[in-house]
Design a protein around this ligand. Structure first.
Ligand code: OKP
Ligand code: ZN
Length: 339
């Protein structure tokens, strides 16, 4: 399978507020480096992305947000005694309809929903490259490949049209889906199998019927992103019925997970989608430090074979997965099942 990847992700190496302490992030450069090694060892062909079309990016994210993300570090670094990571400390909360502040710290709160990630010197080049990887992976399928894999880092599925959070800044899967939509695929489906709910992808397509969004994830009553991802969220206006959430409890094994996959695959089939984007998080793995599901390495091969059974051209986009010792073999196991 053709893989799109780049080393530029290494420039994004940031801190997170975790358990009351500021610590180096679980979402570090080693993740993508290990996946890169594993996919090369498995014999996949690795290519570099093409330049990202700015207009495509601003059809997924607001121009105001893209401008903010691309300049936030410079603006932060001009401040006296600037710390090496830009972070907000206040966010609009319940009952507030926020006006966008002029001040950078206010804008950091306006444009984010969590403090588990920050903006460092290399964040924009890295997240922009991840977006380019997603678009290029979609281009491979548009050109006739049955499947492609975008080794995106940082991940993207938590990023909304104008907010970062959950280690995500640009929504790589949404960029891939939008690219497919604009190049011959009238109906696209996104299947998010990351342990966490894909709130950003849900939000970006919530009022659209041309992109079905389906997410299998830990119940937000117990897990991040906590405030979104419930089964009752089904889409709005034109998008009513075009978002499907399948929350599962802690301790879910592959048997239980597959029952949700059956429902997801049936809905994708019913949508008449002609192309599929898979948000591939391997943080459903039994030894993942952030997750509480119990999938094993061979389960990823079975999962991919079942998804491949849809017979749809498929763009796989990397999301989470934090058991770095096993992340490479878990991703390779998935790609083997799809091929
Ligand atoms: C991103 B993706 C733990 C902080 C957890 C939220 C999880 C983000 C997951 N130290 N931060 O969906 O894998
Ligand atoms: Zn995740």
């Amino acid at each position: 399978m053709q893989v799109v990847a780049s080393d530029i992700h290494r420039r994004h190496d940031n801190v997170e507020l975790s358990g009351g302490r500021l610590a180096s992030s679980s979402e570090g450069p080693i993740r993508a480096d290990i996946i890169d090694q594993a996919v090369r060892a498995a014999g996949h062909q690795v290519i570099s992305p093409s330049a990202l079309d700015h207009d495509l990016l601003t059809r997924v994210h607001t121009a105001e947000y893209v401008d903010f993300l691309s300049t936030a570090w410079e603006r932060w670094n001009q401040r006296p005694n600037a710390a090496p990571a830009a972070m907000p400390f206040a966010w609009p909360s319940r009952g507030i309809d926020p006006v966008r502040p002029h001040d950078l710290v206010g804008q950091l709160g306006y444009h984010s929903f969590a403090a588990d990630c920050s903006i460092v010197a290399g964040t924009w080049p890295a997240v922009h490259e991840a977006g380019a990887i997603a678009a290029s992976a979609a281009d491979l399928v548009i050109a006739g490949s049955l499947a492609s894999y975008g080794l995106c880092r940082p991940p993207g599925h938590h990023a909304t049209a104008d907010q970062f959070g959950g280690y995500c800044y640009l929504n790589n899967a949404a960029i891939a889906a939008q690219r497919l939509r604009e190049n011959g695929h009238e109906q696209v489906a996104v299947l998010d199998v990351d342990y966490h709910h894909g709130n950003g992808t849900q939000s970006i397509f919530y009022e659209r019927s041309d992109v079905l969004t389906v997410s299998i994830h830990a119940d937000p009553i117990d897990e991040f992103p906590w405030f979104v991802g419930h089964a009752s969220e089904r889409g709005l206006d034109d998008g009513a019925g075009w978002n499907v959430n399948l929350p599962l409890t802690a301790g879910t094994t592959f048997a239980g997970w597959c029952a949700a996959l059956d429902v997801a695959l049936q809905r994708v089939t019913d949508s008449s989608a002609t192309a599929l984007v898979v948000s591939l998080g391997v943080d459903t793995y039994i030894d993942d430090p952030l997750g509480k599901f119990e999938l094993t390495t061979p389960d990823y091969t079975t999962m991919a074979a079942r998804i491949g059974g849809l017979g749809l051209p498929t763009v796989v986009i990397q999301e989470g997965g934090y058991a770095v010792d096993d992340i490479g073999r878990n991703v390779a196991a998935f790609l083997a099942g799809l091929a």
